[in-house]
Design a protein around this ligand. Structure first.
Ligand SMILES: Nc1ncnc2c1ncn2[C@@H]1O[C@H](COP(=O)(O)OP(=O)(O)OP(=O)(O)O)[C@@H](O)[C@H]1O
Ligand SMILES: [Mg+2]
Length: 386
């Protein structure tokens, strides 16, 4: 009897143990089921993503109070579209890269900014090919700019010794086509400096929302590649006086300008970087840009006088067969003109020779060219730049 009792107890105990073991097993399997259903969900989601059609990539141009946004697609078309509820509307800023649904253009996702916009915005010319010999007239202006830009790059120690700081920025002001870009390139060529050219209007139009960052990256690049000359062409596009700040676009331009001012304030004039800017419109430039330590030297690049026109003619006819031509007479005829216009007339005179199948260019070709293109550079209004 006692033996039976003992057996029963043992059996019971074993049963208990088995039960516990099975319970544990059940719990484990339940966990596994849960885990696998999660996995299942994840894979289904992934599959859906693989199956979903490609989305369009665009950029936010403006944000509206309604929560909708105005976007621009790669082809430059603008649309007013709504935003997927998955995106927090305040996160969308002007310039944010986004992807849009193909069908209804709803903004689906925010994308990180593109990697290296500097490459697209700035033209890096390690060594321009223009030399001072290619520039006619403007001798005084060239001397002045060389003293201000070239000397500090070549002989910073001399400036330290004497104890004066060279200007950080030089602003070239003058009508279109008078040689401002040429001068900047020649300076860079002479100093052997890296020449980084940035066009203000392009910065504003192409890189909405990224202007500030671009300016920062540009200065960083100039430091890395120093000695360097940063040339900001058409600076009025980012440096115009603030008339209004009504649109996001205006505020964005403002941000770009602020970043430029901060960068200019942030480096020492004796670092190996010089900044040259150019504009046709001094009248609309924000005074903040002209303060000491920024573009505190203004060099006027005027239209050439007769002597200047003659020199420009000589430069542009260097490779041409013009032995019979009295360039002085041509210059007399071309008063009130710009270098760009002179270059165009030279080209046209050459065309007249080619049209009559002559290998040499005559006085008459020049007369005809001047007549055809007019004596004066059109489209320039004196009032704009004084
Ligand atoms: N002083 C000059 N000597 C020789 N060529 C000149 C001169 N000025 C202008 N040119 C000719 O005109 C072209 C345009 O000149 P440049 O690009 O330097 O003008 P710019 O002053 O920068 O004009 P913009 O204000 O429109 O940018 C030059 O490539 C050159 O062929
Ligand atoms: Mg220019």
């Amino acid at each position: 009897m006692a033996e039976i009792n003992r057996r029963l107890r043992e059996e019971n105990l074993r049963g208990e143990l088995d039960k516990k073991r099975l319970e544990r097993e059940i719990a484990r399997l339940q966990d596994l089921v849960l885990e696998l259903s999660h996995e299942n969900k994840r894979l289904k989601h992934e599959l859906k993503q693989f199956k979903s059609p490609p989305q369009l990539v665009g950029q936010v141009v403006d944000t509206l109070d309604t929560g909708d946004v105005i976007v621009k697609n790669g082809a430059g078309q603008t649309f007013l579209v709504s935003v997927s509820p998955k995106i927090e509307a305040p996160d969308l800023k002007v310039g944010t890269r986004i992807s849009m649904d193909r069908n209804n253009l709803t903004v689906m996702r925010m994308l990180p900014p593109s990697k290296d916009p500097v490459i697209g915005a700035a033209e890096i010319i390690e060594r321009p090919v223009v030399t001072f010999d290619d520039i006619g007239g403007l001798d005084d202006q060239i001397t002045e700019i060389r003293e201000m830009v070239e000397l500090p790059l070549i002989k910073p120690d001399l400036f330290r010794e004497v104890g004066i700081t060279p200007p950080k920025g030089v602003l070239l002001v003058g009508p279109p086509g008078t040689g401002k870009t040429l001068i900047a390139k020649a300076v860079a060529e002479k100093t052997n400096a890296t020449f980084v050219r940035l066009v203000g209007s392009e910065l504003v139009q192409k890189f909405i929302g990224e202007g500030g960052r671009l300016v920062r990256e540009l200065f960083q690049m100039a430091r890395d590649k120093a000695p360097a000359i940063i040339f900001i062409d058409e600076i009025d596009a980012i440096g115009a006086k603030r008339m209004s700040m009504d649109t996001t676009g205006d505020r964005e331009v403002q941000r770009t300008l602020m970043q430029l001012l901060a960068e200019m304030d942030g480096f020492n004039a004796l670092e190996d970087i010089s900044i040259i800017a150019a504009t046709n419109r001094l009248d609309i430039i924000d005074e903040a840009l002209l303060r000491p330590g920024r573009f505190d030297r203004i060099i006027e690049i005027p239209m050439p006088d007769v002597e200047g026109v003659k020199k420009i003619l000589e430069i542009h006819t260097r490779e041409m067969n013009v032995a019979e031509v009295d360039l002085g007479k041509v210059a007399d005829r071309l008063r009130d003109t710009t270098g760009a216009h002179v270059a165009a007339i030279v080209r046209e005179a050459g065309m007249f020779a080619i049209r009559s199948e002559r290998g040499n260019v005559t006085q008459d070709d020049f007369n005809k060219a001047a007549e055809k293109l007019g004596g004066k550079e059109s489209g320039f209004d004196e009032r704009m730049y004084h």
